[in-house]
Ligand binder design. Sequence first.
Ligand SMILES: NC(=O)c1ccc[n+]([C@@H]2O[C@H](COP(=O)([O-])OP(=O)(O)OC[C@H]3O[C@@H](n4cnc5c(N)ncnc54)[C@H](O)[C@@H]3O)[C@@H](O)[C@H]2O)c1
Length: 259
Amino acid sequence: MRMQNKIGIVTAAGSGMGRAGAIRFAKEGASVAVVDLNADAAAEVVKEITAAGGTAMAISGDLTDDAFARNIVRDTVRAYGGLDFVWNHVGHPGPAAIEGLDWADYDLAMNLNVRTVMVTTVAALPEMRARGGGSLLYTASTSGLTGSQFSPVYNIAKFGIVGLVHGLSKRYAKEKIRVNAVCPGPVDTPMLRVFVARPDSQMPAGETAETLVQKRGGQVPMGRFARPEEVANAALFLLSDEASYITGVSLPVDGGATA
Ligand SMILES: NC(=O)c1ccc[n+]([C@@H]2O[C@H](COP(=O)([O-])OP(=O)(O)OC[C@H]3O[C@@H](n4cnc5c(N)ncnc54)[C@H](O)[C@@H]3O)[C@@H](O)[C@H]2O)c1
C-alpha cells in the first residue's frame, strides 16, 4: 500500500477531488481527517472509507475561521498521533467581473484560496518537523499557470499558491518536508458549474451553465474534463514516498490544456 501508516488531512473533502483523494489515500493505508463545511458530506465520505475497512474521521467547520483552520491539525494529531501529509484543497472561484468587482467575494476567494491554506500550513509545519518530514500538497489550477480571462481574483490566488510552493519547497527541503501542487484544468465537480454560472462570466446568449460546461470540456485537447479520481491519482503520487525527490512542482492535470 502506497500510504501505509501515513496520517493526513484533506480539506474540502466532502465533494469532488478532495473526496476522491480522501477515499483513495485511505484505500492505500492512510488515516485521513476529512475536513469540510458540509458535515453530512464529510460524514458520508468517512462512512464510505470505514465501510471499506479504512480509517478516517470527519472534521466539519468553516475554513474561513482561522481557529478552525488551525485546529484541524491539532485534532488530527490528537486522534491519530501525528501528521505526515496535508492536501490543502479548499478553494473558491471568486468574482468573474473586474468592473463592478464584488469586494466581499474578492475577500472570500482570497481567504479560501490563500489565507486559510496558510493558517493550516503554519500549524502543520511543526507537526511534520516532529515526525522528521512530511508532504504538503496544494490545489492551484491551470489559472495559476496561464491565467483565465474570466477569473481575475482566482488567478491572483492560484498564482500565489504556485509561488508559495516554490518558496516553501526550498525553505523546508532540508527538513524533508516536500511541497507540491496539482494544477487541474476543468474537472467534473459542482465547482465547475459555479465557475461558468457566475455573473459576468460572459455566458453567450442561448447558453446555460450546462451547455457551456460541455463546450468547455470539448475545448480541452483530450476532449473531456478530468474525473475527480484522475486528480486524486496525481495527488496520491505527489503525497506518497514515490515522489521522494520531487518538491517545488506545480503539476498540470489538465488533459493537455497548458501544453
Ligand atoms: N472543479 C474544477 O474544475 C477545478 C479546477 C481547478 C482547480 N479547482 C480547485 O479545486 C478545489 C475544490 O474544487 P472541487 O472541484 O473539488 O470542489 P467541489 O465543488 O466538488 O467541493 C468543494 C467542497 O468544499 C467545501 N467547502 C466550501 N467552502 C468551505 C469552507 N468555507 N470550509 C470548508 N469547506 C468548504 C464544500 O462544502 C465542498 O464539499 C478548489 O481549490 C478549486 O479552486 C477546481
